[in-house]
Design a protein around this ligand. Sequence first.
Ligand code: TXA
Ligand code: MG
Length: 341
Amino acid sequence: KTIVTIVDNSMDNEREYQQAVDMLSAGEVVAFPTETVYGLGAVATNEKAVEKIFQAKGRPSDNPLIVHIGTQGEVAHYAKSISLEAKQLMKAFWPGPLTLVFEQIPHIVAPNVTPGVTTVGIRMPDHPVALRLLQTLKLPLAAPSANRSGKPSPTEALHVKKDLNGRIPLILDGGQTGVGLESTVIDMTSTPPVILRPGGITKDMIEAVIGPVETAHGLKTAEAPRSPGMKYAHYAPEAPLFIIEANQEKIKEAVTAIQKEGQKVAVIGPNDLNMTAADWYFAIGANTNVEEMAANLYKALRQCDTTEADLILAVETNLEGVGEAFMNRLLKAADGRRYDV
Ligand code: TXA
Ligand code: MG
């Protein structure tokens, strides 16, 4: 029921883009690739279209959506005022995986894009398909990640299809996404600005451009719970996941202990560990390359669901650079749990 259209850059895809643009203009939702994860887009000024996003995802409607734009200048249509720091960040990182939160000019985007807040989060994605779609449409797209609520964000069109088949009319397939984790979200309405969600643009990269910023912890984070139980209902595979130290011996001990209980265990970790004892091992990149590990994390979480693992161990990384975003998502997937031998 859901059409998946391949939009390879080497082909002439005018008809495919036009089909997507026509559907979006008519108030439908369309899934499309960005450099972070696949998004599920609807025209941000069309309340009924935006409502379809929440329905397709099964997403609670109290969490604001990011508005995606195709050109930098459009930010002035939605943001009340744009500080010098915001301009510097846009210049340095747009198009790219950075969402800026501004005070919004009221009554431009549909009310269900920004429930409960007077601000609006905006980003210009760095992906040829997303950019061409936005620039052809000439309208902003509200777009959360294109997964069923609670599942890991999709990094391939197949993941979107798995979650939303029959619930949305069209998926533009642009291959695997690059960063693999959602954009960094930074609140530009406070001084200094506050990073609400870590992502591909790291704190160090931001501070190199505008000087010191803060990082929100606990209740101030972008994915803050409205109800306590919601806090970690994110990115979760079906089997319980535990974070474990990057220590060959400790992991081996843990695997043995789990198997002794008659349980099967999947391990997600760097290429460099020898994990032949595990029932399944998903090697997601060199331990010296957190970017690579980040790009493959969500796919590995989804692959665990295709195994019979009773328990998943995910090997932690350091917190340098993208490591902060990697561990942020892993902690959510693990509901904060660590495996201690
Ligand atoms: O990389 C991404 O950001 C992907 C792609 C599709 O662009 N989108 C994405 O959207 O991750 P979503 O809805 O899954 O996450 C949006 C995050 C949420 O944590 C939300 O709370 C925060 O951004 N957010 C959006 N608008 C906000 C606002 N006005 N104030 C504070 N947080 C906001
Ligand atoms: Mg999401």
